[in-house]
Design a protein around this ligand. Structure first.
Ligand code: SAH
Length: 355
């Protein structure tokens, strides 16, 4: 049975499903899920991420975390974790760059939170010299100082969408039209989680809620607040986002999210405001939300690019220049992507970020 047939049968039996349920089925269904069955990254795949664009991204992130480790008195044992490590490229670049920081790697236990068996296999190959350990959920992170990175992880977590109707809300649902999937709206109701949003929205506006993100950020903030460490959350999105940002990408092009379930990447912009609120509620500090381009420039990406450029010429030099531009320029990823750091209350944020 194809994933589409499975979804049609599920909706026929249980009624229309939320965007969140649809995302979970499409991305992580055990046999047909998009991430469960393939490596979607790179030029041959559906999308490309910052660490796949250039080694500079992971190097600078690794060094920012290592400096934060030094600033916090270099704890002799800590967890170096990544959420959704894709091909393991970011972690590999972090480990290579931080190998020059005395004591850092000896003190680190590398822990990867990854749902996809296919991607776990690729990560195992990429990181075979570093003895990583995989866990299914952040709840399984050890009670220890935690230095963590998550790049393009929160944008794949399932969201729900609500359309304002008067002083109430209707959930956007996916139902059936014959044997096709189609959009519909649920019944009018109140939504406790959206009470504050009645102040800044109007009739017909759409808001998104990523409830799955809250327990995850709460655990991370709790570990960092209690044991020390730092978290760098990098993703596309903004503070207090509004409107429909649900999108599907296939072969680097946007497609209809309902057209090919399980065969396209499904994401939504990350709303960093509830992540920041949950961080504070868990007793942890967070930085100002900072554009990726600003963060990388502050960490010295231009100097790093110049050093890497020295032996290069021709197309290799062009590729390096293009990668630098793509990661930092405001009209490329520089502004669309943002960084939020989590850090324990008495210390400072990791380099590149402000309190
Ligand atoms: N961080 C990588 C890959 C981003 S793609 C990079 O920057 O290149 C999203 C990653 O999150 C994939 O590794 C995917 O398998 C993983 N993932 C998606 N949902 C997940 C979940 N619920 N739990 C753990 N990993 C998940």
């Amino acid at each position: 049975m194809s994933l589409k047939d499975h979804l049609l049968a599920r909706i026929a039996q249980d009624g229309p499903m939320s965007v969140a349920d649809y995302m979970t089925e499409c991305l992580l269904h055990p046999t047909h899920g998009y991430y469960t069955t393939r490596d979607p990254l790179g030029a041959q795949g559906d999308f490309i991420t910052a660490p796949e664009i250039s080694q500079m991204f992971g190097e600078l992130i690794g060094l920012s975390l290592a400096q934060s480790w030094l600033d916090q008195g270099h704890p002799e044992r800590f967890v170096l974790a990544e959420l959704g490590p894709g091909r393991g490229t970011l972690m590999a670049d972090m480990l290579r760059a931080t190998a020059r920081v005395p004591g850092f790697l000896d003190a680190a236990e590398v822990v990867l939170v990854e749902a996809s068996p296919t991607l776990r296999d690729i990560q195992a190959e990429t990181l075979k010299d570093h003895n990583p350990r995989w866990i299914d959920s952040v709840a399984d992170l050890p009670d220890a100082p935690l230095f963590l990175v998550a790049n393009e992880f929160f944008d794949v977590l399932p969201i729900r969408q609500f359309l304002r109707d008067g002083d109430g809300w209707r959930e956007r649902l996916i139902g059936l039209d014959g044997d096709a999937l189609t959009w519909g709206l649920g019944p009018l109701g109140e939504q406790v989680a959206l009470k504050d949003r009645l102040d800044d929205t109007r009739d017909g506006d759409l808001v998104e809620l990523c409830t799955a993100a809250i327990p995850i950020i709460t655990v991370i903030a709790g570990r960092i607040g209690t044991h020390g460490g730092a978290g760098l959350i990098v993703d596309y999105g903004d503070w207090h986002s509004q409107g429909d940002t649900f999108q599907a990408l296939q072969a680097h092009e946007r497609t209809d999210p309902l057209a090919l379930p399980g065969q396209a990447d499904l994401t939504a912009h990350v709303d960093f405001e509830p992540l920041a609120l949950a961080t504070r509620a868990a007793g942890c500090a967070h930085s100002r939300l900072t554009p990726q381009g600003v963060f990388l420039e502050r960490l010295g990406i231009t100097t790093r690019a110049q050093i890497l450029a020295e032996p290069l010429g021709g197309s290799e030099l062009e590729a390096l220049t293009a990668a630098h531009h793509r990661l930092t320029h405001p009209e490329e990823m520089g502004n669309l992507f943002k960084v939020l750091a989590l850090y324990p209350t008495p210390s400072s944020p990791p380099p590149g970020l402000e309190p």
